[in-house]
Structure formats: structure tokens, C-alpha cells
Write a protein that binds this ligand. Structure first.
Ligand code: ADP
Length: 226
């Protein structure tokens, strides 16, 4: 774990150091290039911030000290905010994003920051674990007594035997494809913790090589989280 996390933290730090040094030395001639490098710096600092957030939350959860602030919230808005924070990465890597957010979704009791973190971890994975077909789709609708949120990609998929295990802490699928991608195996365990703190469930359907669909169900009745 320590080796994985340290490795993950080092990459954005090296990029930050590299691009700020190039800028400082005045080696960048065009305004366009400068803007590109500033963007990289902003993007990598956000990535670093996110990783550290995940690690801090993980340690709070392990110590039983993670708390949530629930309030009425609009999940469509949370999703739109997360997607807009990924805009640069999405456009840059050629992703096609389709959203199907049911209009006038009922509000749910949520901790907005925690929910944003959960959605962001799922979007992050969809991007990380996609190969040539870069498609991300997000759908929310009411389904019986629940609000459902589906986040699907057409990436490398997860072999059936491993699908239940991906929500365990530190678990990473043991095939070569995954190990080309950096990760600490914390993301989905945090997502599960957050969703369960909201009295919800998370599940995955996936076919190796075809893609994955993560489904979150949040109860609409307001008795749970309160
Ligand atoms: P990390 O991405 O840091 O390894 P996660 O807890 O977010 O950790 O995910 C655990 C594992 O589940 C990943 O290492 C990967 O093997 C698999 N996984 C998660 N999301 C996807 C996805 N969208 N497509 C394919 N595999 C995935």
C-alpha cells in the first residue's frame, strides 16, 4: 500500500515540478504553450489534492472517525459539478460523455462533498480503465423507492470472479491491463463506505473487454440517513 500510494503521489509531483521549472526558466515561447502548461499544473494539483483527500478519508474511516453532514440535495447538480471539473481531462483524452439526468429528480438526503467524491472516484476509474473506446455515460432516474445513478464505460471491464472484490480496500484486479494504470485500490472502498453511510447500495455489472456499469441506489424515503 505504501509503495503504491507513494508511487501515485510522485507522478503528479514530478509533473508539477517539471512544468513550473520550464515556465520559470522562460523557455516557453508561445502564449498557447504557456496556457497548456498552466493547465497541466492546475490539473495535476487537483489530482494530487484528490488523492490526498482519498487517503485522509480512508484513514478517518479506518479509525472510525469519518463523519457526514446530511442535507437535502440535488444529485443531478452534484453530478454536473463533478463532470464540469473533469471537462479538461475529458476533452483532452477524447472521451465522449453522455448524460441522461432525469428532470425534476426528487432531492435526497446527502453529504454533498462525500457524494461528489464518490461520483468523482467512479468517473476517474471509467477514464482510467478505458482503452480505445472512450465512452462514459451517466444516468439518474427514480426507480421504485430509490434514486438510481448509473455510471458506465466501455473500457477493459472486470472479470466476473473479481467483481465483488473490487470494493475491498487495496484490491486491484490482477491482470496486466490494470497494472499499466496507477492506483492504490482505495477508490471503490471509499465509494462503498460513502454510499452505505447514505443507506444506499452500490453494485457492478461488467464483462471483461466490454465495459463496466456501476449502479448506486439511494433510498428516497427520508428515514435512513437522518
Ligand atoms: P484503483 O483504481 O486505485 O486501483 P479502486 O478501488 O478505485 O482502485 O478500484 C479497484 C480495482 O477495480 C481497480 O484496480 C481495477 O482493477 C478495478 N476497476 C475499478 N473501476 C473499474 C472500471 N471502471 N473498469 C475496469 N476496472 C475497474
Amino acid at each position: 500500500f505504501v509503495a503504491n500510494v507513494s508511487h501515485e503521489l510522485k507522478t503528479p509531483l514530478s509533473l508539477l515540478s517539471l512544468f513550473s521549472e520550464i515556465l520559470e526558466l522562460g523557455r516557453v515561447k508561445t502564449e498557447e504553450k504557456k496556457i497548456e502548461y498552466y493547465r497541466i499544473i492546475r490539473h495535476e494539483s487537483r489530482r494530487l489534492n484528490k488523492m490526498i483527500g482519498n487517503i485522509l478519508d480512508f484513514s478517518k474511516i479506518e479509525a472510525g472517525r469519518k463523519t457526514y453532514n446530511f442535507a437535502d440535495g440535488d444529485m443531478a447538480e452534484v453530478i454536473e459539478n463533478v463532470l464540469s471539473s473533469y471537462r479538461y481531462q475529458i476533452i483532452n483524452s477524447g472521451f465522449d460523455v453522455q448524460t441522461d439526468l432525469q428532470r425534476d429528480l426528487p432531492s435526497v438526503l446527502i453529504d454533498r462533498d462525500a457524494m461528489a467524491q464518490a461520483i468523482s472516484n467512479l468517473v476517474d476509474n471509467a477514464i482510467k480503465y478505458s482503452g480505445e473506446v472512450k465512452q462514459l455515460s451517466i444516468k439518474t432516474e427514480t426507480r421504485g423507492p430509490d434514486l438510481s445513478i448509473e455510471i458506465a464505460d466501455r473500457g477493459i471491464g472486470i472479470p466476473r470472479a473479481e467483481q465483488a472484490k473490487v470494493f475491498e480496500k487495496f484490491y486491484r484486479v490482477g491482470n496486466g491491463l490494470v497494472h499499466d494504470v496507477k492506483g492504490s485500490g482505495l477508490g471503490l472502498s471509499l465509494v462503498k463506505h460513502i454510499i452505505e453511510a447514505h443507506q444506499g447500495t452500490i453494485s457492478v455489472e461488467s464483462d471483461a473487454g466490454k465495459g463496466s456499469r456501476f449502479t448506486i441506489l439511494l433510498p428516497l424515503a427520508r428515514n435512513g440517513a437522518e
